[in-house]
Design a protein around this ligand. Structure first.
Ligand code: HEM
Length: 395
């Protein structure tokens, strides 16, 4: 078998040939320099393998804190994605408004307002437009700021710290680890001081509802801070990539863009295809086996780390016909860009709504611009798939 390198620049720029090899040959072992017991992990790339692994609840854990020992656990580590069992159910329950009727309805109003503002701003620019920096990065951070109930003028403060936290853990340098710790500290201090001030979180916001959960002793202050910080990070970094990846795909597939303009009912299915074709989260976070286990014919002993390549599963020909072609009419489209199983993304309806409203609103502009530079640079990450810039000029 050809050698497989999930940490190379070539892989980050185009991971799909490597994914195909993994699907053909089965799971691969990747060495990583992390603080956990196993200095590496098994990586699964097939769609069926992914579902098999992600449906495991009792035989794998996300709770690394229990493994590392409580004294080494940061407050931030107490968020929902690091929990199992009843603690996980409790942490998910405090954010249930994300999938209720009221919050998405309110989010629609925020999204319309913010999309209109950003669109007006980019139309007034007398320079080249960077659809990443001038639009895709700004919209989701402003929306999650409003959903949380934080002061909107603080939205830009979250951009860099969130990027320092949600990073590719295959490739962490000492500097990355330092920046990550400092960014976690930033969020903890920011949220603590806002909560301790006289600031009133708007009714219906997630932070107002977290505070109620704390008052009724459902969660501790540490759990509140951890979940609020995680929700801010998770709520914008990946959605920014979904929007920029989608804008690129629409610009480079003008026939599909024309079809969408002619048949707007296809927009929801276009969003699903963008999520499948260039999945913003290419891998799940790590899991640790709690007992000896066999997944996809691979025997794993207790305390082995594993992960799933969502971006590979979503290109699996055994499930998606012509998986390497972008087809906004694809139906059915059972992609797993939001993960699967008990940790499936809790913000998925908000992310879908944001992306659809952004694409529909920018579609007429996309018809009047062309890419400034055809040599696009993807982020140097095997975890998040997104563009560093997407510069366009008016034609
Ligand atoms: C396109 C945008 C998004 C993508 C691709 C995405 C992807 C994912 C994935 C793959 C997971 C599961 C990770 C794992 O199993 O290791 C996840 C979990 C999660 N996401 Fe998202 N996400 C997006 C947007 C959002 C937004 C907008 C929010 C909040 C408003 C959010 C909140 C969460 C939360 C709270 C979890 C943890 C759920 C749990 O542990 O039960 N995500 N997301």
């Amino acid at each position: 078998m050809q050698s497989i390198d999930l940490k190379s620049i070539e892989f980050f720029q185009n991971p799909y040939p490597t994914y195909q090899l993994i699907r053909e040959h089965g799971p691969v072992w990747v060495d990583i320099d992390e603080d956990y017991e196993s200095k590496g992990l098994w990586v699964f790339g097939g769609y069926a393998d992914a579902l098999e692994l992600l449906k495991q609840t009792n035989s794998v854990t996300k709770n690394y804190a229990a493994h590392k020992g409580a004294e080494n656990t940061l407050t931030y580590d107490k968020h929902v994605l690091n929990q199992d069992g009843s603690s996980h159910i409790k942490m998910r329950s405090i954010s249930k408004d994300l999938t209720s009727k009221n919050l998405p309805e309110q989010a629609k109003i925020y999204i319309k307002h913010e999309v209109d503002l950003l669109k007006e701003k980019i139309l007034s620019l007398d320079r080249e437009i960077d659809l990443v920096k001038d639009f895709a990065e700004l919209l989701p951070v402003r929306i999650i700021t409003r959903i949380m109930g934080l002061p909107i003028e603080d939205a830009n403060l979250f951009l860099n710290p969130s990027r320092n936290i949600i990073i590719d853990s295959f490739n962490l340098s000492q500097d990355d680890k330092k920046a990550r710790r400092a960014s976690i500290q930033f969020f903890q201090e920011y949220l603590s001081s806002l909560i301790n001030s006289n600031y009133i979180f708007p009714s219906g916001s997630l932070l107002a509802s977290y505070l109620k959960s704390e008052q009724s002793n459902l969660i501790s202050r540490d759990e509140l801070i951890a979940n609020a910080a995680f929700m801010i990070n998770a709520g914008h970094v990946t959605t920014a990539d979904l929007i920029s990846n989608g804008l690129l795909l629409l610009l480079t597939h003008p026939d599909q863009l024309d079809l969408l303009i002619k048949k707007p009912v296809l927009w929801p299915s276009a969003v699903e295809e963008i999520l499948r074709f260039e999945s913003p989260t290419q891998r799940t976070t790590f899991r640790l086996t709690k007992s000896d286990l066999c997944i996809a014919g691979k025997s794993l002993s207790k305390n082995t780390q594993v992960t799933v390549l969502l971006g590979s599963a979503n290109r699996d020909e055994r499930v998606f016909k012509n998986a390497d072609s972008f087809n906004v009419s694809r139906n059915p489209n059972p992609h797993i860009a939001f993960g699967s199983g008990i940790h499936v993304c809790q913000g998925r309806s908000i992310a879908r709504l944001e992306a659809q409203m952004a694409f529909e609103s920018l579609a007429p502009i996309l018809k009047k611009v062309s890419l400034s530079d055809e040599s696009l640079i993807w982020k140097n990450s095997g975890f998040l798939r997104g563009l560093t810039t997407l510069k366009v000029q008016r034609v």
